[in-house]
Design a protein around this ligand. Sequence first.
Ligand code: SF4
Length: 707
Amino acid sequence: SGSGTATGTATDTHCPYCALQCGMRLRPGAGAEPAEVLERPDFPVNRGALCGKGRTAAAVLRPGVRLTEPLVREDRGDRDSPLRPASWDEALDRVAAGLTRARRRHGDDAVGVFGGGGLTNEKAYLLGKFARVALRTPHIDYNGRFCMSSAAAAHRRAFGIDRGLPFPLADIAGTDCVILVGANPAETMPPALRYFRELRENGGRLIVVDPRRTRTAEQADLHLQPLPGSDLALALGLLHLLIADGRADKDFIARRTTGFAQARAAAMAHWPQRVERLTGVPMPQLAAAAAMFGEAPRGMVLTARGPEQQSKGTDTVSAWINLCLAAGKAGRPGSGYGCLTGQGNGQGGREHGQKADQLPGYRSITDPAARRHVASVWGVDPGALPGPGRSAYELLDSLGTDGGVRALLLMGSNPAVSAPRAAHVSERLRALDLLAVGDVVLSETARLADVVLPVTQWAEETGTTTNLEGRVILRRKAVDAPPGVRSDLAVLHGLAARLGVPEGFPEDPEEVFEELRRASAGGQADYAGISYGRIRAEDGVFWPCPAPDHPGTPRLFLDRFATPDGRARFAAVTHRPAAEEPDGPDGAYPLYLTTGRVVGQYQSGAQTRRVDELNRSAPGPFVEVHPVLARRLGVADGEPLAVTSRRGRAVAPARVTDTIRPDTVFMPFHWGGDGRANSLTNPALDPVSRMPEFKVCAVRVEPAAGE
Ligand code: SF4
């Protein structure tokens, strides 16, 4: 790997976008030339392959695309006055003054912090510390709550620990049967597809569960196309069939699990005929899937946002884990349950304390021993650490209200596009006394801010992320940031000093990482043995890694699960409907809406919508409708459709396709404005994970000619 930035030497680094964290090389351009992304075939996860987003990632580094100076609202009291350039001192002074004013007037609970799953481990860690030590507020949460929180909760419930994949991604190629539930890696992380291809080349089977016949589903041996929100019933039906067919692994269940009797009773109450009715999946397909999975010597179930982003997401994931456990397909090589996390640091972002209920090392904020440990690393009194705060949507919903958060620091997130019921969330953001946003670009959320802080991004800084496998990797600085831009760590340092906490907020990422190691030591996500030097030498280290001479842990649970008795726990879960269901053919909201991603854009699109090449492939939002529905609506491909839910309305061209169910429409969520899918989505929360129900709500669809 190279080291120079001015010399044009290429440096090994990682893609700024999704949780695969593909390895790449970046060569800075000479003079005003743009930097160039090069392949890095030696990185084991993607072996040189990159999707279009990774290939074009250098475009976001260009000065014309990204912010290069702080902005402040011209008239402090008028949110509609224009943003104007400001010095860093003025911008940081204004943020500190706004936070201090809110605390003085309304108490410490009136300030809040909102983070992101794309922030490096160092940033996530320091942001959590900033909230609890410098602001003394319990209210910090982040957009990862909208990503994989249900899988994390179900993981902990079953296995005692949450690591998205408890095995390396490459293990997929060597198993015998994979059930992929509500996941579409062909669009979300294309280089991962090679492992599914290799699985099938090796004679393994792929079952895809998705209401849409996605590009991923097209490669499956079997595609089950259930109603949105019925994945829990589907998993129960498959477990019922597995048990009824005598394919449950009694020996494994007896030796390595607890709670099977209750889970079995719950599943046996879900007769296949009932499951067929609840899910819309025909009996023969249910039977074929149960047999395919049950007969395979080894197998995996992998979930993504489809089953997770539901108001019963935790129970839904638990039902799929139950299936794995009953089949004896967990805790042994080539088998297991895993979650394909979405955001770049979706895994690491949830480990280091930017969650409302957790401290670094994946520790519970209500655990006295955890509080004592973290407080000692931070040099504060454990009694001074706040308790749990509001979850992401509840935090956003409280903004500007009596008893809610009045001043918010938001880093690396764009909830004006990505939160459910986004129009309401935008109103709440506007109701704040102070909104300070740290970002790379002027996102829809940054446009609402009183102060915008332009921060460094991936290739302009060094920092670690933890990919979906639990592999801690190092994004290395490959180019110099433009003048006028500061790192998020420097922003926190500057703000903490202004708030009277001059110590404990270093600007140097490696110094932060060294503290993070100590804070995580002894916790579940134990980084104590990981260092920048080791990551460089080993191309990543899997946590837990409790000591410098520990090899790291690519595969979890081979001997025991991380529960007190070492056994995995079944959960007795039963079907329940989505929080909002269509109200019948003559009702006001007769159709399902589900949302998702397209390959050419990433998340709220804040970065990727600024890349010309990506915009050519994915220029704007659309509404997928089945030809039968299109005929009934009298709409042709490309004509505008209005989609209305109880929360809002969105307008986008129809995309007529028979890959979707006739009772369901689909919208990608990468855009703001009229085509904002999240204007429609339902913030009904999962009671355990506090995940909103992005993946299913009721809508009506009408032609919107002339709009
Ligand atoms: Fe980047 Fe994900 Fe594409 Fe890899 S798959 S290049 S990490 S966006």
